[in-house]
Design a protein. Structure first.
Length: 417
């Protein structure tokens, strides 16, 4: 038994791989350093079997949960952290962080264009849906990226100088935008620019897809808070659900009051036997992220060989696990996604179709066959069905399976030619 791959596609794959030695050793070196950081944090906090027992009911005195908070805080270089399966997704964690950091009359500034699609509803950018920041009287300003897709540093300075600005949101990854993802160094420069104008403003970073891609995180270079999803990078493919927040203690505490209730905050929240998966996932995360980054780089190289434009290019230094491939037309997008689906370990027999996904303003096609529903640290491809018909490819629990998925996608694509 082998996968249905033609000699032509296998040969293209081998050719792509030959050109990636340097990239792969760079990625391995980052994984090695991050693995050491994780191990050292586990050792410092004396991780033991007893941490995995977990709690039920209210979840008081969950030692494993509370020690994991401390481990995340160490890894992100912060005073405090909150790692919880009670966050239903990354959007929920970011929402709690924003509601914690902002009060009626305050203004939020999004520093690098529109935030991730699902946050538009949280902020109330496009409508006055019930419960949004806007409904609570919290203002919003957005600084768009420049014509060449770079952060508009002068625009950001001007925006945060306005009265009432209390928090700045920086999104590390591109999400469904076409701008480049930000490096940790670029985030440092933005933090410095904001601080020069308004030292007291809270700087929140949507860290989704960025964790462990570099050896430092935004909170190491001036951000007050990072937020992300456990079914992406830091869950290592094992965390079954959840999110995390790491940063300044007052901001973490305020977010905890939003996650549960004022007065209870972080004291409640049973872990229901999931602590082991969160620990083991974090332990694997630096390696798993490296597998995903290698899959992305391989996908970029292969598509370049076929004459498509990959962004970032296959030789670019990576800042997140996302790979954009520009197809320019809907049919090729569907073919590529169908092939990715065929490579999945779960649901490989289904055919992905564009659908009206909640929180998005156009149809979206999503190819994924994951062990954990929607986990985009597992190989997945999605594309908003709108110009310029770009596929966002991400994940890959192992490089070998990620590579197989990409090869099957190319096989499907070439059938259409
Ligand atoms: C995934 C993601 C989120 C959160 O999405 P969820 O599906 O709610 O976990 C937010 N911002 C970015 C940039 C993301 O990639």
């Amino acid at each position: 038994m082998t996968l249905q791959l033609s000699e032509r596609v296998r040969a293209l794959g081998a050719q792509a791989e030959r050109g990636l030695t340097e990239q792969f050793s760079r990625i391995d070196a980052i994984a090695a350093e991050n693995t050491e950081r994780v191990l050292a944090a586990f050792q410092k906090h004396r991780v033991a079997e007893s941490y995995f027992a977990g709690t039920t009911g209210y979840g008081y005195d969950d030692m494993g949960r509370d020690q994991l908070d401390a481990i995340y805080a160490d890894l992100f270089g912060t005073e405090d952290a909150l790692v919880r399966i009670g966050f239903v997704n990354g959007t929920h964690a970011i929402s709690c962080a924003l509601f914690g950091a902002l009060k009626p009359g305050d203004t939020l500034v999004s520093a690098v264009g529109a935030p991730y699609d699902t946050l538009l509803g949280v902020i109330g950018v496009t409508d006055k849906g019930p419960g949004s920041l806007r409904e609570y009287g919290i203002g919003y300003r957005q600084v768009d990226v420049t014509a060449d897709d770079r952060p508009d540093v002068e625009g950001i300075r001007a925006a945060v100088a306005e009265p009432g600005v209390k928090a700045v949101l920086i999104q590390r990854s591109r999400g469904y935008a076409t701008r480049a993802s930000l490096s940790v160094d670029e985030i440092k420069a933005l933090c410095t620019a904001v601080r020069q104008v308004r030292p007291e403003v809270h700087i929140l970073v949507d860290n989704c897809y960025g964790e462990f891609v570099e050896t430092r995180e935004p909170t190491h270079v001036g951000a007050d808070l990072v937020v992300g999803s456990l079914i992406k990078n830091p869950g290592g493919g094992l965390a079954p659900t959840g999110g995390y927040i790491a940063g300044r203690r007052d901001l973490v505490e305020a977010a905890a009051m939003r996650l549960t209730t004022p007065g209870i905050g972080r004291e409640c929240g049973s872990t229901l036997g999931n602590n082991r998966l969160l620990y083991q996932g974090l332990f694997l995360a630096p390696h798993t992220v490296a597998q995903a980054v290698k899959t992305a780089v391989f996908g970029a190289k292969l598509m370049e060989l076929l004459g498509y434009r990959a962004d970032p290019a296959s030789d670019a230094v990576r800042h997140d696990i996302i790979q954009m491939i520009h197809f320019g037309e809907p049919e090729k997008v569907k073919r590529f996604c169908r092939g990715i689906q065929k490579g999945a370990p779960v649901d490989s027999y289904v055919t992905p179709e564009p659908w009206d996904m909640p929180g998005y303003d156009c149809q979206v096609i999503m190819a994924a066959g994951a062990f954990i529903q929607g986990a985009s640290i597992e190989l997945s491809a999605d594309a908003p069905m709108r110009e310029p018909y770009t596929v966002y490819l991400q994940g890959g629990l192992t490089y070998e399976s990620g590579k197989a998925g990409v090869l099957l996608a190319v096989e499907e694509l070439l059938k259409g030619e």
